[in-house]
Design a protein. Structure first.
Length: 228
């Protein structure tokens, strides 16, 4: 997801309800060849698309977290979403997560493989309240042209208004570099179904420190300065 400048006339705005299915299909195409998708769904690209599209379409139809679309000449070329504090996988998976993630790894082709990956995400989730960034996805033909960076910057500006930290994960080293360039810090790496998985954190905005008491008391002219 390395980016090198915005394409012309790129517009970023919130997704409309009628654009959510388009967003799910875009994410499925963008993530079709990711290492985790390959390891979960196998070599057939149609199988991977068929597995991913309903998952991401359902994501964009959930109760609202912010979801932005990047449009080039009116066409959707990138999307970015986030899950609000208390609603991401670590909070919603339930107490089974540790048991599933700590159990035997399902072999390729086993339908429990995706559940095993989700449980791994859950047990590694940030315990403090946070915004969970993702998906961030760009149409394959537009990758490397600044779409992803623009989306992440605009979405994190929305999230910063809430004050919580951000959290995300990725299964590619190139994306680790991408997020680091945008102020995220890689804080943990685990392996799941043979794939390295990086977890990244972005500190939320911190309140400005209070003014020193001595400065607060000085509301009038300095008594050592003659008046005019």
């Amino acid at each position: 997801m390395a980016d090198h400048g915005d394409p012309p006339r790129l517009a970023v705005r919130g997704l409309r309800p009628d654009e959510r299915r388009l967003a799910g299909g875009l994410v499925a195409r963008a993530m079709r060849d990711n290492p985790t998708t390959l390891a979960m769904c196998g070599a057939d690209p149609f199988d991977r698309l068929a597995h991913m599209q309903p998952i991401w379409t359902a994501f964009f139809h959930r109760p609202p977290g912010p979801a932005l679309g990047a449009f080039h000449r009116g066409c959707l070329v990138g999307v970015a979403g986030a899950t609000p504090p208390g609603a991401c996988v670590g909070s919603t998976y339930g107490p089974r997560a540790a048991q599933v993630a700590g159990g035997p790894e399902p072999p390729p082709g086993d339908p429990g493989r995706a559940d095993y990956v989700q449980a791994t995400y859950a047990v590694n989730d940030l315990p403090e309240p946070h915004w969970h960034l993702g998906p961030v996805a760009v149409e394959p033909g537009f990758q490397g042209r600044g779409v992803g960076a623009r989306l992440v910057r605009e979405l994190t500006a929305v999230l910063d208004a809430d004050g919580h930290d951000g959290w995300c994960e990725t299964d590619t080293e190139a994306n680790v570099r991408f997020y680091r360039a945008l102020g995220w810090q890689a804080v943990r790496t685990v392996r799941v179904i043979g794939i390295p998985l990086w977890f990244l954190r972005r500190p939320g905005p911190r309140p400005a420190p209070p003014a020193p008491a001595s400065a607060a008391r000085r509301t009038g002219p300095d008594p050592a300065t003659p008046g005019r």
